[in-house]
Design a binder for this molecule. Sequence first.
Ligand SMILES: *Cc1c(COP(=O)(O)O)cnc(C)c1O
Length: 365
Amino acid sequence: MKTCRHAQRTMNFYAGPSTLPLSVLEELAETIVDYHGSGLSLIETSHRSPMYDRVHNRAIDLVRELLGVPRSYHVLFLGGGATLQFSMVPMNLIPPGGGCDFVLSGTWAEKAMEDAEKIGNVRVVFDGRADGYVTLPRDVRTSEGSCYLHITSNETINGVQWKRFPATADVPVVADMSSDIMSRRFDAEAFGVIYAGAQKNLGAAGVTVVIIRDDLVESKRPGLTAYLRYATHAEKSSLYNTPPVFSVYTLCLVLEWVRSQGGVEEIERMNKKKSAAVYDAIDAGCGFYSSPVDRDVRSTMNVVFRLPTEEMERRFVAEAEAAGMIGLKGHRSVGGCRASLYNALPEEWADALADFMGDFLRRNG
Ligand SMILES: *Cc1c(COP(=O)(O)O)cnc(C)c1O
């Protein structure tokens, strides 16, 4: 096999797994056989070796540094995707007979809630279903005795994103940040638990980042098996069992990349520019393109839009693909189109899409 230089990149707008920084992919390719002259690959060395330990701890430190996570929180690397957190959160935080509050903001919140309902009493404090998930509540009133309030910071399928997180007096907020973690600054201390699968903004599928406040680590439910308890992982610094080594390494490289870009603040600035380019193209279409989402909660990560007919949407997606832009079809459950503009997506790709949208409108509008 020959090594190849990937100068020609397909413009990847998929919602996840999604585009990664080219420099990260190249570094992975370069180091996968021989990790920095060690004569070993990182994926064939012990997860208890000093070689892996450095990567593991560096990744934890970078999550802390980039997101401003204080010492009173644990940063955990778990398996099972964000989906396992749909059950781990209620299993650990809700004692037998207890319950939690849910903001039903979209498809992912719905999935998280379905699992929580199997474990505790769930009260829905906002229900966006009737409107088709296009808006978010201004305020949330949590219920008496609730163990936590669950929110989804960005609804990947519906394109709805919290801009100001709800403040609750004494009920911890748990947030699924799978599709917008590291995309903007936020106050980590406003949350009890944050979880995110890696394959949108953080790297390759396989590792889930969980950030959990000290006082929530001990399980409220007796009898949980070892892997399902946060305490197990917190005590062993996420080395209770073999961590997803390759995904943690990729995560580490992506976080170094975020740092080299100027950190989350700079990433946020770029993300605003990218999404503004595409939303401007939608708004400039005078109704040809339309966003179903309330203007003040439109996602900077997943731009959801419609064209006048489904036939037109099919042509749009096909012609975009012919022009080198893939992944623009909306999720099968909602239809339409969706452009995912995660951290690693270059500004030029967002501009190229906006140009293509203008061109498509001129030809078909
Ligand atoms: C992708 C996604 C998930 C599912 O993540 P897995 O890692 O596949 O389990 C959950 N929540 C949100 C908001 C997502 O975008």
